[in-house]
Design a protein around this ligand. Structure first.
Ligand code: HAM
Length: 439
């Protein structure tokens, strides 16, 4: 007798010592039941990328650690605290904590910056950050990352924000806020940095240890500190928008106007500072405020000097990354994941007698070769239990082969939705199943 679920002890992989081996903290498996929701996200992401003209790229998961130090910035949470690094020989490698740096590295390595500078690229894949796991935050998480490299045109800023927002619209998510800011560039950023320094200096004794350390090395990072007292102090910080020079102000206003032209509601939020160093001018985040402190589902912006800083020509670029973890939480919260299911196989083939097992295997193979999905019992179930499984599995067609059918070279084809059944020659089985599915 099969034990009931109550009798079954929870199972776990075990080491020789008997110790449980679990997935690393903050990292989880995506189980089959979750795949329909993941496919929904991936399908929306790919469909939109095609509509907006972004081609897929699949960069390496591991990069030289130096790449992230140079791009994300030495004095950032990601580089200071969150990278998973490993050493092989002389080289220090890091599991990518984000996608932009690797895409720019690949773009340069493939010679695209010279031969075809404008490249609109996207990737979907896992990123790794050693953060404290909590709701919406994992150590291995998936991002949908889109990057438009090789142009300074503000229409690309607008396109990137529009693409990010469209992803959530496509999924049916409501209650989101798109928040934009400008980080400036060049002299206006320098003036701003000086003003922030003057603002922070007198508050230093009250600030957290990390902010005190960052004051000298990278004062702008003090503004994205998550410690509650620092957050409070930062509310009165100078706003970069007040320091923008004419060119950067015009660029920002144009991007905002273009977005309003296409009906996208955006809020200018001077508090968006982003936690990575490469940003210039337009930056943005998409928030789902009900998620609380970590409500950003997407972040991005311009990074006009990164290609140059990594050894390429001085070209503009803009991009974003959506996190799947938060997006899936919201999908769940809004009840939009409830009806997503894996599709059942087209056909369940029943062996009405043990003697037919071999013929059932052959029939399943013929159906599969014809492009249909077909399953059968491999657990020695009774005929009754096989019918029960065929019903419970939601298969639209059930094929039955018993001793009589075996002898006649036939099979019973049952339309599970209509409840009707007819006998067909086994040589015509695939066509008969197709007729039921199409009918
Ligand atoms: P980011 O703001 O660090 O930007 O990450 C983008 C999104 O990834 C976040 O809004 C969040 O939804 C998700 N995310 C980040 N860390 C985690 C985590 N530990 N667990 C779950 N989700 C997380 C970037 O990564 C930039 N590379 C975006 C970009 C692309 N900028 C220009 N191009």
């Amino acid at each position: 007798m099969t034990p009931t679920s109550e009798e079954q002890p929870p199972q776990a992989a075990r080491a020789g010592s008997g110790r449980e081996i679990r997935s690393p903290r903050g990292m989880r498996d995506v189980l089959p039941a979750e795949i329909p929701a993941w496919e929904r996200l991936e399908g929306a992401a790919r469909g939109l990328a095609r509509r907006f003209g972004y081609a897929e790229i699949r960069p390496c998961l591991l990069e030289e650690t130096e790449l992230f130090i140079r791009s994300v910035g030495e004095v950032t949470d990601i580089v200071e605290k969150e990278m998973f690094t490993l050493s092989k020989g002389e080289t220090s490698l890091a599991l990518r904590p984000e996608g932009t740096a690797g895409i720019v590295r690949a773009y340069l390595q493939a010679g695209l910056a010279r031969s075809a500078p404008l490249q609109k690229l996207f990737t979907i894949g896992p990123m790794f950050r050693y953060e404290r796991p909590q709701k919406g935050r994992e150590r291995m998480f998936t991002q949908y990352d889109c990057e438009a490299l090789g142009s300074l045109d503000p229409r690309l800023d607008a396109e990137i924000v529009h693409l990010a927002a469209s992803f959530f619209v496509e999924l049916g998510l409501t209650g989101l806020e798109v928040r934009l800011n400008s980080m400036g560039d060049g002299p206006d950023r320098d003036r701003y940095r000086a003003a922030v320094r003057e603002f922070v200096r007198p508050t230093l004794p009250e600030r957290c240890e990390l902010c005190r350390a960052r004051f000298e090395r990278n004062v702008l990072r003090v503004l994205d500190c998550k410690t509650s007292l620092c957050v409070e102090l930062n509310a009165a910080a100078p706003k970069l928008l007040d320091f923008l020079d004419e060119g950067n102000r015009q660029h920002f206003d144009t991007a905002c106007a273009l977005l309003r032209d296409v009906g996208l509601e955006v809020a200018v939020d001077p508090g968006i500072v982003r936690g990575l160093d490469y940003y210039t001018r337009t930056v943005f985040e998409v928030h789902y405020p009900a998620l609380g402190a970590r409500s950003a589902l997407c972040g991005g912006g311009r990074y006009d000097h990164l290609v140059r800083d990594l050894g390429g020509p001085d070209l503009g670029a803009v991009g974003f990354a959506v996190g799947f973890t938060g997006t899936l939480l919201v999908l769940e919260e809004l009840g939009l994941a409830r009806d997503l299911r894996l599709p059942a196989a087209d056909v369940y083939v029943v062996a009405a007698d043990r003697a037919c097992a071999r013929e059932v295997f052959r029939a399943v193979s013929v159906l599969r070769a014809a492009g249909l999905s077909a399953v059968f019992d491999t657990e020695g179930r009774s005929v009754k239990a096989q019918f029960k499984a065929a019903n419970a599995g939601g298969h639209p067609v059930c094929v039955v082969i018993g001793p009589d059918e075996l002898e006649r070279g036939a099979a019973q084809v049952k339309d599970m939705r209509a409840g009707s059944q007819r006998e067909v020659p086994r040589a015509e089985l695939a066509a008969a199943v197709r007729a039921v599915l199409g009918g």
